[in-house]
Design a protein around this ligand. Structure first.
Ligand code: PHE
Length: 395
């Protein structure tokens, strides 16, 4: 008993000292004391059906942080990274974001990849006043809320889906000469639903017809009912703006049903796992993306070489985007007068012409990056670059 009470008293005393060192209640979380590393907090899917998204993002960020530290760090302090696995689940992403800000005192949140998960993190970044940079979430609502207000602390370093949808609509109409397309969208995924809508409206505007628009839910094992319906409408191609795991299965089941249509998609296809799951069924498909490691541009080839040396694999777009997000965070922190959330936020908002691996990054008034897109073709079990579409094609 006595022993127990003594322990309890000791615990209270400890808690009090800990409190004294903490900032006054209500003061914004911040990046820790001088001398301690500045923490970047990554929220990512290291396990689950989108595990390659998180794994690549983590690897890209680690390369960026090593380089920044080798060059002297930021304001004389080292950068550190802490990654929490959200298993590809929105609830886990919001718990992880809160923990990184409140408990770990991250200066900047990085993540998520999936738009639905970034949407779960964004209100936390705003409420806590800690800047968040999504490397690769493309749904417009990530940075601009439902009322059309720019979220003050949320940024992205990639383009958005109205542009990406237009890129594939134009490619399908103008380069492939397609007139009749069907859509198969993941109805539980904000990215998929948005991209399907943007594609649909642009493809129709360009004189094409969408002959069917079917739905699935991520993780469904069987897509044959939807594919049979689509087959009956006789489209020339099927647009599937989903994530790689489902897309690989959909492609195989389409071929099993004897469908020869060209399959089209977006950045969510980007994973080496896509080819393991979909195999030969994906040959001749096309998808839009944020970057291609085949791009001969020296900035890209230099990055590919560094990343391979560090991690032993070719960087996919998630790795390149996450690398850029971490470099942009470091650049903003270096330019900011201090490391408060507001100062970093203002510096991020002022990012103009930053030479990223994935293109020259300028943050616009919606906190989005304006950048070109690439179209890739699946050939010989790999995605190969076929076109780059400049950002001014948005207009
Ligand atoms: N753009 C996708 C989304 O918003 C995420 C993604 C980006 C997936 C790049 C793969 C490659 O959900």
């Amino acid at each position: 008993m006595i022993h127990g009470r003594a322990l309890a008293t000791a615990a209270v005393a400890l808690a009090l000292t800990a409190c004294e060192r903490k900032p006054a209640p209500g003061s914004p979380p911040g990046p820790g004391a001088a001398g301690e590393p500045i923490l970047l907090g990554l929220v990512a899917s290291l396990t689950g059906s989108e595990a390659t998204f998180g794994d690549s993002s983590d690897k890209g960020i680690r390369l960026a942080v090593d380089e920044v530290n080798a060059a002297g760090g930021v304001k004389g302090r080292r950068l550190a990274v802490k990654t929490y696995d959200d298993q590809g689940k929105a609830e886990e992403a919001s718990v992880a974001a809160t923990r990184l800000v409140v408990q770990d005192r991250a200066a900047v949140l990085l993540g998520e990849v999936a738009s639905s998960l970034s949407l779960a993190m964004a209100p936390i970044a705003d409420a806590k006043g800690v800047p968040m940079i999504s490397p690769s979430s493309t749904n417009p609502r990530v940075t601009v809320d439902d009322e059309g207000k720019v979220r003050p602390f949320v940024f992205r370093v990639c383009f958005t889906d109205p542009f990406q949808g237009m890129v594939m609509a134009r490619f399908a109409r103008e380069k492939l000469g397609l007139g009749k397309v069907a859509i198969l969208r993941d109805v539980k995924n904000a990215y998929s639903v948005g991209l399907a809508d943007y594609f649909l409206s642009r493809f129709t505007e360009l004189g094409g017809t969408v002959v069917d628009d079917q739905s699935y839910k991520a993780g469904d094992p069987d897509f044959k009912a939807q594919l049979t319906a689509i087959k009956g409408k006789g489209p020339e191609a099927v647009y599937i703006p989903g994530y790689y795991g489902d897309v690989g299965l959909i492609a195989r089941q389409a071929r099993e049903l004897g469908m020869k249509q060209t399959l089209l998609g977006g950045d969510g296809w980007d994973s080496a796992r896509l080819f393991e799951i979909g195999g030969h069924a994906l040959e001749g498909s096309y998808f839009s993306n944020l970057y291609s490691p085949d791009d001969p541009a020296p900035r890209i080839q230099e990055f590919v070489a560094k990343y391979r040396a560090r991690h032993g694999v070719v960087p996919d777009s998630l790795a390149a985007q996450a690398y850029d997000a971490a470099r942009i965070a470091a650049d903003a922190m270096a330019r900011a007068p201090d490391l408060s959330g507001t100062a970093i936020r203002d510096a991020l908002a002022a990012t103009r012409g930053y030479p990223g691996v994935t293109g020259v990054i300028t943050i616009d008034e919606h906190h989005d990056a304006v950048k070109p897109a690439v179209v890739l073709e699946v050939r010989g079990g790999a995605a190969r670059w076929v076109a780059t579409i400049e950002a001014d094609a948005r207009k």
